[in-house]
Write a protein that binds this ligand. Structure first.
Ligand SMILES: *Cc1c(COP(=O)(O)O)cnc(C)c1O
Length: 483
C-alpha cells in the first residue's frame, strides 16, 4: 500500500477553507520557513480511499472480540462522541476568557465530584494525559508531602512484582529508588516481605489492584496499614478500575492517591496512541500539592481557574489536560448512573470468570479459582512439550477474526496470555470464542509444526518486532534520503 505522501500530484487538493475572520498578519523573515513545506496533494476521493484502506488493515473493537488484558478494550458508546463533538466543547480555545467557558469548567468540576465519589478521594486533577503520566504526577505529590514535612530521607517506593510495568518505571522517573516486593505462590503481595521492606526511608507503596494476575489483593487493609505505620503513603494504580467501579473504593482501603485511565474504564477509544487521560485523585492531605491550574468556585457561583496555587507541584501538561476525554467520561458516568457503573463492573468480572471457567480444563491457568476482570493463561508446558509458544497461539487467533490477548505479560508468568473480555461482550460471543480457543489448543497439540505458519490470511503476518520497536521509520523523506 502506498503512503499518502506517495499519492497525488502537485496542485491537486481538497481544502475548502472558510473566510478568515481575524486580521491578516505578515510574518517576519525570522519566522518564515527556510525550506518549502511538503504536504500531500490529493483529491478528496484519493484521501477518502486512503483512509478507508487503512481502516481495513486495522482491527478494533468494532471488528470483533478484542480481549487485550490490562487495556479494557470495551465498546465505547456513540453518545460519548455525540456530546464530545458539540461545538461548545470541541471548538473552544484554551486561552478563551473564563466567563465564556463556564460550562466547560463545570464539566470538570462535575467529573471531579463523581470520580471522587467513585474512588473515595477528595480532589482530582485532569492534567495528566495518560496512566503513566498520572503515576508520575501522583508520585510527585507524595514527594511534595514528605518534603513539606522535612522527610528528605524518604526516597524509596515499594512495588510488588505483580505490578503493572509502568509502576516501577514511573517511580524511577520521579526520582525514587524502587524496592521490589515479591508475591506469594498464590499471586498476592507477600505481607511479611512487605513488612520487612517498609521503614523510615519508605516514601510510599504502589499497588496495581486488581494485580496483573487478575487478582484482588486479599490483605489490602493490612498492606495499607503497614505502609501508613511506617510513615509512607499508599498509591493505587486504578487504571483498571473496571472490576471494582461502583463496588469498592481505594479511598476506603487506605489509599492516599490514585490514578484512573479514563481511556480504559471510562470509555474513550484508545490503542492508536491517544488522546488519553490519566486523572489523579488524592486525599485532602495531598490536595495542596495538586498541579495548577485548579478550578475554584467563587462566591458568586462562577468558576475560576487558579494558576498561582501555593504549594502546587506546578504544571504537568499544557493547559488543562485532554478535556474532551473528560467530556466523554462524564457522559459515560451520567448515562450509566450509579447502578449502571456497578452493573458494568459486575458483568466484566462475570464475563472473565465465565471464559476462565470454560477454558481451565484446556489451557493451563495458574490461578484458576476466581478472577476479577481478567485472567492469565500460561503456555509454559505447551512450549516445553510441543514447542508451541504463546506467540504462535496468538497468531493463530488472527485467522479466526479475533484479536489475541495481551502476550508475555505479566512478566512473572512464563508464556503468558492475559485475557480481558470486558462487560460489553455477549454470552454468544464468549461461547464462540471459547470454542475457537479450544480448537486452536487442540491443533497445537496435534499438529505443533503447523502453528508456526500462522497467520495465513492477514495482510501482515509476523513482522520483525524488535526492528519495529527499535528502528521505527516515523518520518517520510521527500528527498529519498534514508532516515
Ligand atoms: C494501562 C495501564 C497503565 C498505563 O496507562 P497508559 O495510559 O498506557 O500510560 C498503568 N497501570 C495499569 C494497571 C494499566 O493497565
Amino acid at each position: 500500500m502506498k503512503l499518502i505522501f506517495e499519492k497525488g500530484m502537485e496542485g491537486r487538493g481538497c481544502t475548502l477553507l472558510p473566510p478568515s475572520d481575524v486580521p491578516l498578519i505578515q510574518l517576519g523573515e525570522k519566522h518564515k520557513r527556510k525550506q518549502e513545506l511538503h504536504l500531500p496533494e490529493v483529491s478528496e476521493t484519493e484521501l477518502s480511499r486512503h483512509y478507508t484502506e487503512l481502516m481495513k488493515r486495522t482491527f478494533g473493537v468494532n471488528d470483533g472480540f478484542y480481549p487485550l488484558g490490562s487495556c479494557t478494550m470495551k465498546y465505547n458508546p456513540k453518545i460519548n462522541e455525540e456530546i464530545a463533538k458539540m461545538p461548545e466543547f470541541a471548538d473552544i480555545h484554551p486561552l478563551q476568557p473564563e466567563h465564556t467557558i463556564q460550562g466547560c469548567l463545570e464539566v470538570m468540576v462535575l467529573a471531579e465530584k463523581y470520580l471522587s465519589e467513585i474512588t473515595g478521594m477528595d480532589r482530582f486533577t485532569f492534567q495528566p494525559a495518560a496512566g503513566a503520566h498520572g503515576e508520575y504526577t501522583g508520585l510527585q505529590l507524595i514527594r511534595a508531602y514528605h518534603e513539606a514535612k522535612g522527610n528528605v530521607k524518604r526516597d524509596k517506593i515499594l512495588v510488588p512484582d505483580s505490578a503493572h510495568g509502568t509502576n516501577p518505571a514511573s517511580a524511577v522517573m520521579a526520582g525514587f529508588t524502587v524496592i521490589n516486593v515479591p508475591s506469594t505462590k498464590d499471586g498476592y503481595v507477600d505481607v511479611e516481605e512487605l513488612r520487612k521492606a517498609a521503614g523510615d526511608d519508605t516514601a510510599g507503596f504502589m499497588l496495581t489492584n486488581p494485580n496483573t494476575l487478575g487478582l484482588f489483593e486479599e490483605n489490602i487493609l493490612e498492606i495499607t496499614e503497614i505502609i501508613h505505620q511506617a510513615g509512607g503513603l499508599n498509591y493505587y494504580d486504578g487504571a483498571n478500575l473496571n472490576a471494582i467501579m461502583g463496588i469498592a473504593r481505594p479511598g476506603d482501603m487506605g489509599f492516599d492517591v490514585v490514578h484512573l485511565n479514563l481511556h480504559k474504564t471510562f470509555s474513550t477509544p484508545h490503542g492508536g496512541g491517544g488522546p488519553g487521560s490519566g486523572p489523579v485523585g488524592c486525599k485532602e492531605i495531598l490536595a495542596d500539592y495538586l498541579p495548577s491550574p485548579c478550578i475554584i468556585e467563587n462566591d458568586d457561583g462562577n468558576y475560576h481557574l487558579e494558576f498561582n496555587k501555593e504549594g502546587s507541584i506546578g504544571r504537568v501538561k499544557a493547559f488543562y489536560g485532554n478535556f474532551l476525554v473528560v467530556v466523554r467520561a462524564l457522559t459515560y458516568i451520567l448515562t450509566l448512573g450509579k447502578e449502571g457503573l456497578k452493573h458494568a463492573s459486575e458483568s466484566a468480572v462475570l464475563n472473565a470468570n465465565y471464559m476462565m471457567h470454560h477454558l481451565k480444563d484446556t489451557y493451563p491457568i495458574p490461578f484458576p479459582d476466581k478472577c476479577m476482570h481478567e485472567f492469565v493463561i500460561s503456555l509454559e508446558e505447551l512450549k516445553k512439550e510441543k514447542g508451541v509458544t504463546a506467540l504462535d497461539i496468538a497468531k493463530a487467533m488472527l485467522d479466526h477474526g479475533i484479536h489475541p490477548p495481551t502476550m508475555y505479560f505479566p512478566l512473572i508468568i512464563p508464556e503468558a496470555l492475559m485475557v480481558e473480555p470486558t462487560e460489553t461482550e455477549t454470552k454468544e460471543t464468549l461461547d464462540e470464542v471459547i470454542e475457537i480457543y479450544k480448537k486452536i489448543y487442540k491443533e497445537a497439540v496435534d499438529h505443533p509444526e503447523a502453528m508456526r505458519d500462522y497467520p495465513r490470511n492477514t495482510i501482515i503476518g509476523r513482522p520483525d518486532e524488535v526492528a519495529a520497536a527499535r528502528k521505527p521509520v516515523l518520518r517520510y523523506r521527500y528527498d529519498g534520503a534514508s532516515n
